[in-house]
Design a protein around this ligand. Structure first.
Ligand SMILES: Cc1cc2nc3c(=O)[nH]c(=O)nc-3n(C[C@H](O)[C@H](O)[C@H](O)COP(=O)(O)O)c2cc1C
Length: 239
């Protein structure tokens, strides 16, 4: 594929076939992503790659935390506070606070994108149970055989996040080029503790985000193509 075709055909993949990703393919993808530019070539990132039993164990842990925290959030206020203080299910993300409702126009775009996705999935807006079940799928990486977790050293300030984002995009495009699919997943940054059980993460590195990686299947969800900004919305006009 031409690079422009790869860029245009990449879309977030939320349903995967059970075809495994070979170590050879994974290594090729990661070596390609390592070609990413970064601020002064500092490369202030590290990744953890979960597959097989480790991926399953992490998914089990994350799903469990998701459903338990979800139940706590539904409790009336005083009870909710007590449960939140005593439960190990509440978010233990490295970057706090977790972004709840997005500010301004971004929440509108988020809702539109979410509604578009639910429409493709046949989920009604008022069907909270179905929406929660879809959300829960994030934590098993939408059944992808591989989950990649991205960490940065925050001493590199905002540059660390810029660099990690570029690294992630290079990885996503390389995966698309090789017939694989990806979904960047902020949801995988909500809980850090399940990862610490399986990886020796250097303490200065903080979890930013995760990514599902595998071969897309033909589920209709993978056909969703949310609208992008127009150039008019993107480009700031001159004075
Ligand atoms: C940093 C980041 C975090 C994301 N987090 C999630 C997530 O937690 N769950 C999910 O289903 N999609 C997630 N996405 C995918 C976005 O929803 C998706 O990129 C956006 O809707 C545009 O669609 P496209 O990737 O198909 O072009 C994330 C994307 C990025 C870049």
């Amino acid at each position: 594929m031409q690079l422009s075709d790869i860029i245009h055909s990449r879309r977030s993949i939320r349903s995967f076939s059970d075809k495994p990703v070979s170590d050879e393919v994974l290594e090729t993808l990661l070596n390609t992503a390592l070609e990413s530019p970064s601020s002064s070539n500092a490369q202030p990132y590290k990744i953890a790659v979960a597959k097989g039993d480790i991926a399953q164990a992490i998914a089990k842990d994350l799903e469990d935390k998701f459903w338990r925290s979800n139940a706590i959030n539904r409790q009336p206020l005083p009870k909710k506070l007590i449960s939140a203080l005593t439960s190990d299910a509440m978010p233990d993300s490295d970057f706090k606070p977790i972004l709840g409702k997005y500010p301004g126009i971004f929440q509108k775009r988020r809702v539109e994108t979410g509604m578009g996705l639910y429409k493709v999935l046949g989920i009604k807006r008022e069907d909270k149970k179905a929406r929660d079940e879809h959300m829960a799928k994030n934590f098993s990486f939408f059944n992808a055989p591989v989950a990649v977790f991205f960490f940065v050293d925050p001493r590199m300030k905002h540059m660390a996040l810029v660099d990690a984002g570029i690294f992630m995009q290079t990885l996503m495009l390389a995966a698309t080029d090789m017939g694989l699919g990806t979904c960047a997943q902020g949801a995988l940054g909500i809980w850090r503790s399940p990862l610490d059980k399986h990886f020796d993460i250097p303490k200065e590195y903080k979890l930013v985000c995760g990514m599902a990686l595998g071969y897309p299947d033909d589920n209709v969800v993978n056909q969703y193509r949310p609208e992008k900004l127009s150039l008019d919305d993107l480009v700031i006009s001159s004075k």
